[in-house]
Ligand binder design. Structure first.
Ligand code: GLC
Length: 562
């Protein structure tokens, strides 16, 4: 690693739910000591940094994103001491931990809101203006509703105070008032608290909505960026290694603002790319990926995209057109129960019919295309989901460790688990579990682990430039690109179709090393198997002019004659 490459540019991340990972005390809920006991598994998978879903006290009306105390641990997960032990054990293994902070809102159970809403509360005067209150529910009509399945307005009436309060998410999650300097300072104090507790990074939840202004859509406002820059300045001065990872679910033109001039967030997820990987796969055509990467601006120095296939939320279709959204719903969620808000609440394996070739192909693109990849716990073994559970909880079920009762997740009586383990015939823990896959060299777990290991041998994937390459004259079925960093080039070929594709390796070289298999490949005609992929490292610089029936013309990206 060169000295000035920030750690997150080379990192592979994994997002996980403490509650669902491992229960250490038999109460049916995963906890921090349980997670600590599984750090070796995470490390062996090749993960460098773990992003924890909210671990703070909460009434769980939005599964922890409704925080009732920002400086503490949800009791069932353990204590601050358990957190410090987790940090120490993680650092011993060279693993980093990213903690979730939720600046936009609190739970309505938070002491700040209780004081704010109640004129007779002893601290009412202090907290009166910490939330966005109004006598009318007609302000800020330009703001869209995000949880379209459950909310009809961004305002709710509070009987005690006799006013409406503003909330961009559930009505149990009042938005904080960032026009109040004390709120801004309180949030910076929370950032400091978690840095002091040892966190290596903070995932900044839902940043676009911090401020409200009449006549706007109340997203991405200049005031919001000013506050985020203030947060970054604080972090740079107090703990410059700490990562700020932002969740601005926006179009690339708007997201770029969250990086500022390299003085705002270090990372942001690339939300629009994600659904287009699925779109391209189902269409067998790379066009959607081409289109969104063409719209993706270069990042300022030191910044990085976070890429992902799935996460704890619905597969969001906010960043696609209405027609594309309908097509994605029809294609990937035939049962309306699989849909929620503007998305699809299914896990990776069920989305692609449990076809290991497709799961691996998606990982090939995730691990090589752009940015730093985020895995979602359980997807590495192909876990399923449970649409019978409320909201998006069906994607957050207990980790399936082995085939013993409760999937090895907990010793509690089964009826006391926080959520049932998946036990259907296809995705059930009896079949899909870590222990079974550890012993099978061709299991999804071992294949994913191999892909991650190879990615990590080649820093070009985290740091390099991206350039399209043409593989075939005949078809757009292949997503072919070169990554380049300093003297290293790797060309990646991904076949989106369930058919072999013939083409020409689009790179100048005497020969190529397939870095996934170690095989030598010669320039010239080449065939990719159905849903196959290759990561090829050119050796030597011999001209390799495409010719022959399968070759594209120089500079040609491919038409689609099929
Ligand atoms: C983010 C979280 C999501 C949560 C929402 C409101 O989008 O990822 O799970 O419901 O913020 O806090």
């Amino acid at each position: 690693m060169t000295q000035n490459t920030p750690w997150y540019k080379d990192a592979v991340f994994m997002e996980l739910n403490t509650r669902a990972y491992k229960d250490s005390n038999g109460d049916g809920w995963g906890d921090l000591p349980g997670l600590t006991s599984k750090l070796d598994y995470i490390k062996n998978l090749g993960v460098d940094a773990v992003w924890l879903l909210p671990i703070m006290p909460s009434p769980l009306r939005d599964d922890g994103y409704d925080v009732s105390d920002f400086c503490n641990i949800f009791p069932a997960y353990g204590s601050m001491d358990d957190f410090r032990t987790l940090m120490a054990e993680a650092h011993k293994r060279d693993l980093r931990i990213v903690v979730e902070i939720i600046p936009n809102h609190t739970s309505d159970q938070h002491a700040w809101f209780q004081a704010s809403r109640d004129p007779n509360h002893p601290e009412h005067a202090k907290y009166r203006d910490w939330y966005v209150w109004s006598d009318t529910d007609q302000k800020y009509q330009g703001a869209r509703i995000i949880f379209t399945d459950s909310e009809t307005s961004n305002w709710s009436f509070d009987e005690l105070r006799g006013q409406y309060f503003w909330h961009r998410f559930y009505s149990t999650q009042p938005d904080l008032n960032y026009d109040n300097e004390e709120v801004q300072q309180a949030m910076l104090d929370i950032v400091k608290f978690w840095i002091d507790a040892g966190a290596d990074g903070l995932r900044v939840d839902a940043p676009p909505y911090l401020f409200e202004r009449e006549g706007t859509n109340c997203e991405n406002l200049p005031e919001t960026h000013l506050f985020l820059k203030r947060m970054r300045k604080f972090v740079d001065e107090y703990s410059p290694e700490t990562l700020l990872l932002s969740e601005a679910n926006q179009w690339p033109e708007d997201v770029i603002e969250y990086f500022g001039d390299g003085d705002e967030m270090h990372m942001n997820f690339h939300f629009p790319l994600m659904p287009r990987l699925y779109m391209a796969l189902a269409m067998g055509d790379r066009t959607p990926i081409e289109a969104i990467l063409a719209r993706t601006p270069d990042l300022p120095e030191g910044c990085q995209w976070g890429t992902f296939l799935r996460c704890h939320d619905e597969l969001t279709l906010e960043m696609v057109t209405p027609e594309e959204r309908q097509w994605m719903w029809d294609t990937y969620s035939p049962d309306p129960k699989q849909r929620i808000n503007l998305g699809i609440r299914r896990r990776l394996a069920p989305l692609v019919d449990n076809d290991q070739r497709k799961i691996l192909l998606l990982h090939s693109m995730l691990l090589t295309m752009v940015g730093s990849p985020f895995l979602y716990y359980g997807d590495e073994i192909g876990m399923g989901d449970n649409i019978e559970l409320f909201d998006r909880n069906g994607l957050r079920t207990p980790m399936q460790w082995d085939e013993s009762v409760n999937a090895g997740f907990s010793d509690a009586p089964t009826e006391r688990l926080f959520a049932p383990v998946i036990s259907d015939p296809v995705y059930g823990y009896q079949k899909v579990n870590v222990a079974a896959q550890e012993t099978d060299p061709h299991s999804l777990l071992n294949e994913v682990r191999h892909l991650i290991a190879v990615r990590k041998q080649h820093p070009v994937f985290g740091r390099g430039d991206f350039n399209w390459r043409a593989f075939s004259f005949e078809t757009k079925a292949v997503v072919a690109y070169q990554r380049k960093w300093e003297d290293t080039r790797i060309v990646v070929l991904n076949n989106l179709r369930d058919l072999p594709v013939k083409g020409w390796i689009p790179e100048t070289a005497e020969k190529f090393i397939d870095v996934l298999t170690g095989e030598t490949v010669l320039p010239g005609d080449f065939s990719l198997p159905p849903y196959g992929f290759r990561w090829l490292q050119p050796v030597g610089d011999k001209a390799n002019i495409p010719s022959g029936p399968n070759a594209p013309q120089p500079g040609y990206l491919g038409s689609d004659k099929q």
